[in-house]
Design a protein around this ligand. Sequence first.
Ligand code: KIV
Length: 305
Amino acid sequence: MSSGTTRDERPPERPKVTTRSIREMKARGERIVSVTAYDYPTARLADEAGVDLILVGDSLGMVVLGYESTIPVTMAEMSHHLRAVMRAAPRALVVVDLPFASFQAGPEDAVRNSARLVKRGAEAVKLEGGRRVLPQIQAILAADIPVLGHLGLTPQSVHAFGGYRVQARGAEAADALLEDARALEREGVFAIVLEGIPRELGAEVSRALTIPTIGIGAGAECDGQVLVLHDLIGLSFGRPAKFVRRYAEVGDAIRGAVTAFRDDVRAGRYPSPAETYAAAPDPPPAAKNPAAPASKTPEKSACES
Ligand code: KIV
């Protein structure tokens, strides 16, 4: 089966983004732009739009696989979506999430699973947690795999948090998060995602570190921002979080387009003659003679005309 379209030309290439260039952006005061992508078209479109970092987030479990949380997401699922993203050959840095239960048991699991993802094209891995997962982070870094940290409202801890709640609102928890961020920086992570924390804390952590912070619901003073692409384009269901800004309503566009197709098919308006193929023309007289040698140039197939 064909998709009915051919692959088009790509815009001129820009330099490949690396973990090093992401770090340098903070030094230059340039804000880092990141979105999630879970497949070939979204990775390609995000890359063509010029984002700096594509995150193959385990949010894919909720956003495109329909799970209730990110907890059920498997290594096989992350790997499958990562490979689709890599086929888009993004200029953006591609970071993939280590899903729940792929690293919590210890450094050995963490390195083995990170290596599996790097073999499939990932340029860095992200894992949730602070000082308590430092042994895993040390081991992954020792295997020469760059790490993106993730602190605050870390969704894999939803049961421990008792729901998706803003984290570190009080002074003690804020101090602990700042200490986690410092520990991750000392260890050598190249950047840290800060999710679902007060903007004052997002600003304080960003000032305290030399590595970039990438915020999602952590205020405007982070060194960059990340959003789930499907939230940003209006292709997700349910009430969006407070920090989500919708730049398009793609869900409405899809529903409208499919409804129009349904109506055209039911009314016999689709397909029109211009959208159908003609039968093959009569063969030339020579081809009717069975003794004549077969032509070396095949007839153009009806599907091409
Ligand atoms: O899984 C994900 O998409 C994430 C982002 C929301 C930061 O971790």
